[in-house]
Each structure stands twice: as structure tokens, then as C-alpha cells.
Design a protein around this ligand. Structure first.
Ligand SMILES: [Cu+2]
Length: 184
């Protein structure tokens, strides 16, 4: 009873949201994370829709378990390589650089977001399409792996309080803005 009422409500809401949009492509949402023990994906992982042959990937992963984790590599079928990157101020300019690993100690949350830590997909095989789901394998320092699914989307308005926050992310024009990914 409650369930069906909710379902109807959901239909109404999605009907309203979809109103005016032409045939929204609603692909089946895959599992966001085949997470290792204790890990929980906090929001939908996403890959930024960008022109060019590289782009960034982002997710928020919480470790509710007892075990410390460290991600040391990643792979995805969309690009030749996936690197682990951070943004850092170097002489007052925001630059990206590769890091050896991403630590996720027990009880903490690992945040990959524009202007911060991110996955860097380099050498895209073909242009991405908004709404596509990208499987990404994360590899850990203990040899374990897990698969997540990231949705391709534009950068705007993707993270709650963070939407439009590019101005705050760094002073370097162009870096991680929708305009381009200069200098990488
Ligand atoms: Cu990068």
C-alpha cells in the first residue's frame, strides 16, 4: 500500500521533471559500486563530458569498515590509461599532478571532485556521450579490485553545494572549467 503510493508519487515527480524534454534516455542504472567490504559509494560516480581526448572522473567513497584501504591504480575501457591525480597550487597556479595512491583509512571518506583529487582518463578512444555509464576498475595496494560505474555528465550542478564552485576551486582560468583543460 505504502509502496504503491510511493511509486505513484515517483511517477508523478519524474513526469514533471521530464516534462518538455524530448525522449529522455533513461538507461538502466547499473550498480554504482561492487564495493569491497566496509566501503560505500556516497553518490553517483561521474565522468565529466569534455571535448578532447582526456577527462576527469569523480566519486565519494566512505569507509565504514575496520580496514584501511589504498587505491593505487584504475582502468576503464574508454581510455588508454587512467591516472590518479590531484590538484595543487604551484607558484599560485592550480596544476594537476599524478599521485601514487589514494588513501581511504577506516572511518574516513575519500572525496574525488573537480579541483581536487580525481581520476584522469587519458587517451579517450572515442568521444563520450552524456548519460553513458562507464565501468571503472579500482585496484588496491593489497591486490584487491572493485568495479564502480560512473555516469558521463556535464560539470555543472553535479555536486550539491559545490555546483558552480569553480571560481572557488582555483585561480587558474580554464583549469577544470567547462571551457577546457589547458596545459595538461
Ligand atoms: Cu588530472
Amino acid at each position: 500500500m505504502t509502496r504503491s503510493t510511493r511509486f505513484l508519487g515517483g511517477l508523478l515527480v519524474s513526469g514533471l521533471l521530464a516534462g518538455g524534454l524530448a525522449a529522455p534516455a533513461v538507461a538502466d542504472e547499473p550498480r554504482l559500486c561492487d564495493c569491497r567490504e566496509g566501503l560505500e559509494m556516497e553518490s553517483t560516480p561521474w565522468v565529466r563530458l569534455m571535448p578532447g581526448d582526456m577527462t576527469g572522473g569523480y566519486f565519494v567513497l566512505r569507509n565504514d569498515g575496520e580496514q584501511d584501504y589504498r587505491i593505487v591504480a584504475a582502468q576503464a575501457p574508454i581510455s588508454e590509461v587512467v591516472e590518479l591525480h590531484e590538484h595543487a597550487h604551484v607558484d599560485g597556479v592550480m596544476r594537476m599532478r599524478q599521485v601514487e595512491g589514494l588513501d581511504l583509512p577506516a572511518g574516513e571518506t575519500l572525496v574525488l571532485e573537480p579541483g581536487g583529487l580525481h581520476l584522469m582518463f587519458i587517451g579517450l578512444h572515442e568521444p563520450l556521450t552524456a548519460g553513458d555509464w562507464i565501468p571503472v576498475i579500482l585496484e588496491f595496494d593489497d591486490g584487491g579490485t572493485m568495479e564502480i560505474h560512473a555516469r558521463v555528465q556535464r560539470g555543472e550542478g553535479t555536486r550539491g553545494g559545490h555546483s558552480g564552485g569553480h571560481m572557488m576551486e582555483g585561480d587558474a582560468p580554464g583549469m577544470d572549467s567547462e571551457g577546457g583543460h589547458h596545459g595538461h
